[in-house]
Structures are given as C-alpha cells and as structure tokens.
Design a protein around this ligand. Structure first.
Ligand code: ADP
Ligand code: MG
Length: 618
C-alpha cells in the first residue's frame, strides 16, 4: 500500500500516493490497484461483498444521493429518481439520443437543441458529468475506506469509440469527484493489458476484444507493436447486452406461465422481481443445465437448451459486428492472434463457443470478465507511476497542427493522423533587426492559410536579446501527450529564453466552468463534503499513529523517558479523537502529536545523517 516516511527536513509525514484504475461502466463500475506485495492487479472490495458497484444513482426527496446496490433496488419503484446508464449520455446532445429517448425511464430534458443533455430529478438538473462524478465519488470513498489512505489519482477507462467530447466529459467528472485523472485509457486496451498483452516491447499481435456488458456490445480490433496499442477498428451495438438476455427470459416466462403482461406492467414490484429472477436464471445457466424458480406461487423454469435458442439471435448479431469490424480493419479471421473476452455477459457458454467458432480459435477467458478492464486500468496506473517507462498508448491526431508564419501561412508541425503521443520541433527566426519578441499562434486544420483553419492558442515569446534579423534561433516544439493535450513551447536557443502554453482539447470545459461546478457541488453537497473531510482526517490520523508506533519501536533507545511518555499520551488522545465525529478535534490531536515527535524525529535523522557522513571526504 502507500509508503509513509518521515521527511528528514521537516520531520513531517510524507506519503507516496497511490494511483487507482477505474472501470466506469454503463452497468457496473469498480476500482482496482496493483497489490503492493504480490504486484498483481486486484479489484478492491469489502470483505464478503462484490467488487462491482452498480452504476445507478438514487436521489431521495431530501436530495440525498445513494450510489450502487441500494440505488439499484429503486430502479423500478422510483424510476423518476433513479438514474442508470448515465454513461450513454456523456458528451451527447438531446438530438444525439432522441431515437432512444424511451429507453430512459427518468427525465432527459428535451430542448431540441445541439447543446449537451441534462437530466431532471425533482426540481434539480444534472449533467451527465455531474452524474458520473457521483459514481466516481462513491468509488473513491470506497477505495479510501478499504485502503485506509486518501485516493486522489486515477486512470479511468472509456470505450474505444468515445470521441474527444466524451473523453473530456469523463475527465471532468473525475475532476468534480476530486480525482486527478492521469490518463483516459480505452477499455479494450486495458483488457489486453490485463491479459499481459503488449507488456513486452517485442510483442507484435493483432487482438480482437469482444465486450458484451449489461447494455452494450463492443468489438475492437487492436494492433500492438513496440509497446504501442493502435485501434484498427471498432464496431458494436450500443443497445445490446445482458439486459436484452434478461428481457428475453421474461418474455419466455410470460408465454410459458400465462402471467398477464398488462398485469405485470402495472405491478412495478412484480416487474422488478421477475427481471431479477430472469437475471438469476441466466447466471445460473452459465454453470448448470436447467433452472427452476418460483415467484408468487408461479413456477418459473427454463432449460439451457431453451435459453440457448432464445439468445441465439442476439449472439448472431454480435458475430455480424465482429465480421464488420474485421472488414473495416482490412483483416481476415486468420490475422487475429488473440481473442479476449470482456464483460459479464461473456460468461454465457454459448457466447464463448460462438465467438471461438467464428474466430477459429479458443477465446481467452481466464481473467474475470467483470473485472478485467479495471485490472488493466490498474496496470496502466502502475506504468504511469513509473514502473514500466518504455511503454506508451497510441491514438491519432484528427487534424494537422501547426503555427502561423510570415504572411498568414500555416506551417504544419504535426500532420493529421499522426500517432499520439507525439512531438515535433522546428526552428524559426526573426525578420526585423533587434526584434525582441515573437508571436506564436497555434492552429488546427488542413488549409494553407491560417485564416481558414481553427485557432487554438496564441502566446508571445518575449525577451529575445537584440540581434540582427535572421540571427535568433527560435525553436518551436509541439508535444502531444497521450491524453491528446498539446504543449507548445518556444525557445530562443542562443539566449535560452523560453515560453510555453498548454492547449486543451477543443471540447473541454474551461477551468472556470469546472470551478463553478465544483462550487455548485459544494453548496449542494455540504454533507457529502463534511463526511469526506471526516474520513480523510481519520485516515490521516490512523496513518500517523501507525508511523509513530513503528518509529518508536525502532528508536525507543534514542528517546528520553519524558519523550516516550508524552508521545504515548498524545497517541492515546489521538486514538480517542478518531472515535468521535469531529474532524477539527482530530486535526488538533494530530498537530499535538506531531509537535511532540517532530523535535526527536529531526534529532534522530540528523544523527543518522552525520553517522553516514563520517569518514567521507566532501
Ligand atoms: P458494463 O460493462 O456494461 O458495465 P458488465 O461487464 O458489468 O457491464 O456486465 C453486466 C452484465 O453481465 C449484466 O447484464 C449481468 O447480468 C451479466 N452477467 C454477470 N454474470 C453473468 C453470468 N454468470 N452469466 C451471464 N451473464 C452474467
Ligand atoms: Mg464494461
């Protein structure tokens, strides 16, 4: 877990921060980390519970928010107040989703414009970013509770087909939840990583990632070479998944048992109950030959054969998508080296068999399909933490990037369709004697004149020492990091003066927008924040107690009796404060303990340092 050390200079505690991997799913979400001892990825869960958190948000009358299993129970009984599948709304306008409007049993605002959708619950409006941030907040809190350490940094996964707007929305949701999102990673890439694919530079493979979740189906064809992942094609159906399998079973039972469909629709509790039974039957049939259940005295049965016949059309649809994905990538079935299974619904044996049959090879299904994406995100987080440096993820620039040169011309530094991450540099010079500054204007587009392209940013390189025209050497460099964020730097090489600017994605929210939303979330969720502050204070206190305990054990001989006694008393007081609901009290007790231990911690560190220096020539 997190390492804690005493800072030699200040005597204060220092902590190495943990980076978590998050699968923010349409149906279920979860968090994973690399286990500090085994170095293997693990999904976080409380003892005896599932690692999966249903991506469902419930709002009660008083405005309290619950996320997860408890919220899921309200789906049918309180459809207006219970939000599911918020991920489907990320970065979308009402026009984008209106064909599927009936899918959402809550209120999606129909303003018939191109602006981003909002969801109305009671008299409040929430953006998909807000909604996703509630899920992420819950995940963050769970992780903090389980790990007993603050969690502030994360890698979050998104579908490979997510566009800039959807990726930026996901990033903004993370920021709202108090997470520094270090990287957005494609789900199929994460799944491949969890299978160890692409972790070695010499790996050269073409991979099909088949992801059948709760409500969506994605097939992605990836190519790995030199530790770089390239998405060759994606295909799928955004309204096909495990829910459709459940519905097929419900329909089957209605026909079999003569339950009246009208009655069923009118009775929300019964509707919910029969759906849950159907899901239970489906899961049971993944490992057994027939299911027998009962609901309100009605017997509900289904055999595996009947089940397979029911879902064959659904499976066939996914096979067609696989075939289209291959076509788009200009590949044949035999070009695929590995087929990876992702998503809870791939547990259905018929799915695995059919897909194995289509690709002509057994599928890879050894990693838990519910967790595989999060596990891969944790591996990516570990790479970002610096444990695997020569490893990058690939994307492509949609438009050329360049700067304005003399006469309003576009000078392209990074052509369109270049791989991301990427960098390029070019030298320019002044055109006037003694010219002390240079305007650097950054554009995106394919036209020769900058006036026809899109301006992204502009800045001035100032302070160039007086030189004749043509003498200064100004190097302009473009660096696009793996998130698609562009950093433009200009440096006069003779004098060393330099200036740089960061260009955010064209769809991004401005910092002010995010700040405003943060403020809103503070005024609306005071309680939420108070609880978090208390949890954080407790966590900090527990860590301090642990570190102090260890320090004392190791160095008891170097401390005076008085110091030992004072420390023990302060530790006891801190321990007691943890049991109370008062974060300020905890902070005070933390400070008191720190004030007592700081002087001797410094003294002992100094001794250690001077011991180490003895006999060494400086
Ligand atoms: P998402 O990626 O959309 O968030 P998941 O990968 O978590 O979704 O998949 C959830 C779906 O998997 C649900 O429809 C659930 O019923 C289904 N599922 C889970 N376990 C099984 C199983 N053993 N057999 C069949 N389906 C399963
Ligand atoms: Mg998923």
């Amino acid at each position: 877990m997190a390492k804690i050390g005493i800072n030699i200079a200040t005597g204060s505690l220092q902590q190495e921060e943990i980076i978590v991997g998050i699968d923010l799913g349409t149906t279920n979400s979860l968090v994973a980390i690399i286990h500090p001892d085994t170095k293997q990825p693990v999904a976080l869960k409380e003892h005896n519970t599932s690692s999966l958190v249903p991506s469902v948000i419930h709002f009660d009358e008083a405005g309290n928010i619950t996320v997860g299993e408890e919220a899921k129970k309200k789906l049918i009984s309180e459809p207006q107040n219970t939000i599911f599948s918020a991920k489907r709304l990320m970065g979308k306008s009402y026009n984008d989703i209106k064909q599927n409007a009936s899918f959402f049993s809550y209120k999606v605002i129909d303003d018939n414009t191109e602006s981003l959708v909002k969801v109305q619950v009671g008299n409040k409006f929430y953006s998909p970013v807000d909604l996703s941030s509630f899920i992420l907040k819950e995940l963050k809190q769970r992780a903090e509770h389980i790990l007993k350490t603050p969690v502030n940094k994360a890698v979050i996964t998104v579908p490979a087909y997510f566009n800039d707007a959807q990726r930026q929305a996901t990033r903004d949701a993370g920021k709202l939840a108090g997470l520094d999102v270090l990287r957005i990673v494609n789900e199929p890439t994460a799944a491949s990583l969890a299978y160890g694919l692409g972790l070695h530079k010499e790996d050269e493979k073409t991979i099909a990632v088949y992801d059948l979740g709760g409500g969506t189906f994605d097939i992605s064809i990836l190519k790995i070479s030199n530790g770089i992942f390239e998405v060759l094609s994606t295909n799928g159906d955004t309204y096909l998944g495990g829910d459709d399998i459940d519905n097929a079973i419900v329909k089957f039972w209605i026909q079999q048992s003569g339950i009246n469909e009208e009655d069923l629709r009118a009775n929300k509790e019964l509707t919910q109950a029969i759906r849950l039974k159907a899901e239970e039957a489906k899961i049971y049939l993944s490992g057994n030959n027939s299911f027998e259940g009962e609901l309100n005295g009605d017997k509900l049965t289904i055999t595996k054969e009947q089940f397979n016949t029911l879902i064959q059309p659904l499976v066939d649809k996914t096979v067609t998508c696989c075939s289209n994905a291959l076509k788009d990538a200009s590949l044949k079935v035999k070009d695929i080296d590995v087929v990876v299974m992702v998503g809870g619904s791939t547990r259905v044996p018929l799915v695995k068999e059919s897909i194995g049959h289509f690709f002509g090879k057994p599928v890879n299904d050894t990693v838990n399909p519910d967790e595989v994406v999060a596990l891969g995100a944790a591996i990516q987080a570990d790479i970002l933490a610096g444990n695997n440096k020569d490893f990058l993820l690939l994307d492509i620039t949609p438009l050329s990037l360049g700067i304005e040169t003399m006469g309003g011309l576009m000078d392209v530094l990074i052509p369109r369709n270049s791989k991301i991450p990427n960098k390029a540099a070019r030298q320019y010079t002044t055109y006037k004697d003694g010219q002390g500054g240079m305007k650097i204007a950054v554009y995106q587009g394919e036209r020769d004149m900058i006036k026809d392209n899109r301006k992204l940013a502009e800045f001035n390189l100032t302070g160039i020492p007086g030189m004749p025209a043509g003498m200064p050497k100004v190097e302009v460099s473009f660096l696009i990091n793996a998130d698609g964020i562009l950093v433009v730097k200009a440096k006069e090489l003779r004098s060393g003066v330099e200036q740089s600017i960061e260009v955010k994605s064209q769809f991004s929210l401005s910092d002010e927008d995010v700040e405003k939303m943060l403020l809103d979330s503070i005024t609306h969720a005071k309680d939420d924040i108070a609880t978090r502050a208390l949890v954080e204070a407790r966590t900090e206190a527990e860590q301090l107690l642990e570190t102090t305990e260890k320090f004392i054990q190791k160095n008891a001989a170097l401390l005076s009796k008085q110091e030992l006694m004072e420390t023990a008393a302060a530790m006891q007081a801190l321990q007691l404060s943890i049991t109370m609901e008062d974060k300020d009290l905890i902070h005070t007790k933390v400070e008191e303990l720190n004030d007592i231990s700081r002087p001797y911690a410094e003294r002992i560190m100094d001794q250690a340092v001077s011991l180490a220096m003895k006999g060494k020539a400086i």
